[in-house]
Design a binder for this molecule. Structure first.
Ligand code: GUN
Ligand code: ZN
Length: 432
């Protein structure tokens, strides 16, 4: 990695354990400094202890600011950047009215490259350093996204979205072309620098059984790839799945029957799950991805964070841009808090931060590499300024703990609160 080297001081946040598996207040750890060398975190600890190893390094001081891992957004659609915040529809109408016409533009490689760059600019500004994105059916959209991320040395995941039914003519592939295109793309990109490929059937209503089987076979050939899709987002969608797959036991079975259930599977939304689905997802160690701004924006429902965590599920957090209404993981953590409140649980700020960093990193199979400030991890770092706006400044002035400051930043913060962003040790936002 060609990142810079420096020592950064401030309030460095970390976790001694998962705040869902232990007392969240006690799980949140605080340190004074981080040493970054050549794109990696070399050490984290007390300033006095670190300084002797940093005599050759420039020092960057952010007194009072929180220092966190870059946010990890585990489920987005970068091609929906330009149509985010589209009014008045629920899932299926929203897809047909707004989403599909926009996605149809991504056969144009120039447009795909422009939106990929715009999307990564917007999310970097909001403190997100890794995303797992759906592309469109066009290989050009995958090429555009990986090329742009490669130029920025950014850890991202994407894959060609596969659809061979219930979509407009210009957005349909076939079982064979989905297999062939996905295979060619993953052989070209998966594992190159910081890039990973996810086999991507959009959701079972837009794939025939033949296409699901072809993608299941591909995943069996390349089991170290991720597989991403949608599961049980809206009740009408679930009814539709039932009518399209009359032999399936439930929605999850439409994936399971075709080899599309596994520990490297990412299932977006997962709101209206049957007991069998919950059991199977947990047994195989699949990852569920909570998309709270999307779930309120398009009226999908309230994810059962407390129940699913208690059962031991792996859970990541995501914006679901552009069904989600924000590019910001701060706003997304706030929405996760609000959704949990509506189900009777107050998520602790340590739990919210964990979901947006380690939790999502674990969901994507990147634990230890990103999502954590620890020696040996990749130096994707951000700083959060508790005085970034007048509203934040006056609230944080009377904060009594770092957890209280973190919570105010989550609830009141936006991209102005994200002061610095480093990706693989290279500055991408903030004063040079
Ligand atoms: N289900 C299938 N496709 C999509 C999508 O693009 N966004 C959301 N939120 N749900 C989906
Ligand atoms: Zn989605």
């Amino acid at each position: 990695m060609d990142g810079q080297s420096f020592i950064l001081t401030g309030q460095v946040l970390g976790f001694s354990a998962s705040p869902f598996r232990s007392d969240p207040e006690a799980a949140l750890t605080l340190n004074e400094a981080v040493i970054v060398r050549d794109g990696r975190i070399e050490a984290v600890g007390a300033l006095d202890a670190l300084l002797p190893n940093a005599t050759d390094l420039p020092r960057i001081d952010r007194p009072g600011h929180l220092i966190c891992p870059g946010f990890v957004d585990a489920h987005v659609h970068f091609p929906q950047t330009a149509m985010i915040a589209s009014w008045g529809k629920r899932l299926i109408d929203w897809l047909n009215t707004y989403t599909f016409p926009e996605e149809a533009r991504f056969g144009d490689a120039t447009y795909a490259a422009r939106i990929a760059a715009r999307y990564l600019d917007l999310t970097t500004d909001a403190g997100t350093t890794t995303v797992c994105s759906f592309a469109t059916i066009h290989p050009e959209s995958v090429e555009a996204f990986f090329s742009e991320a490669l130029a920025r040395n950014q850890r991202v995941v994407t894959g060609k979205t596969c659809m061979d039914r219930n979509a407009p003519d210009n957005l349909r592939d076939s079982a064979q072309s989905a297999y062939d295109d996905s295979k060619r793309l993953l052989e070209r990109w998966h594992g190159r620098d910081r890039l990973s490929y996810a086999i991507t059937p959009r959701f079972s209503p837009t794939s025939t059984p033949d296409q699901l089987a072809a993608l299941g076979a591909l995943w069996a050939e390349y089991p170290d790839c991720l597989m991403q899709t949608h599961l049980s987002e809206q009740t009408d969608e679930i009814e539709w799945v039932r009518s399209l797959f009359p032999k399936a036991r439930d929605y999850l079975d439409t994936y399971e029957a075709f080899g599309l259930l596994g520990g490297r599977g990412l299932y977006g939304h997962a709101i209206h799950l049957e007991p069998r689905e919950r059991d199977r997802l947990r047994e195989v160690g699949a990852a569920l991805v909570h998309c709270p701004t999307s779930n309120t924006f398009i009226g999908s429902g309230l994810f059962d964070m407390a129940g699913l965590q208690a059962e031991g599920h792996r859970i990541g957090l995501a914006t679901d841009t552009g069904g989600g209404s924000s590019f910001s993981m701060l706003r997304t953590m706030a929405a996760a808090y609000e959704v949990a409140q509506l189900r009777g649980t107050a998520l602790h700020p340590a739990q919210l931060l964990w979901l947006a960093t380690e939790g999502s990193a674990e969901a994507l199979g990147f634990a230890g590499r990103i999502g954590r400030i620890a020696a040996g991890a990749e130096a994707d770092l951000i700083t959060l300024d508790p005085a970034a706006s007048p509203a934040l400044a006056q609230r944080c002035a009377q904060s009594n703990s770092v957890a209280e400051t973190l919570f105010a930043l989550i609830m009141l913060g936006d991209d102005r609160a994200v002061g610095d962003v480093w990706i693989a040790g290279k500055r991408r936002k903030g004063p040079a």
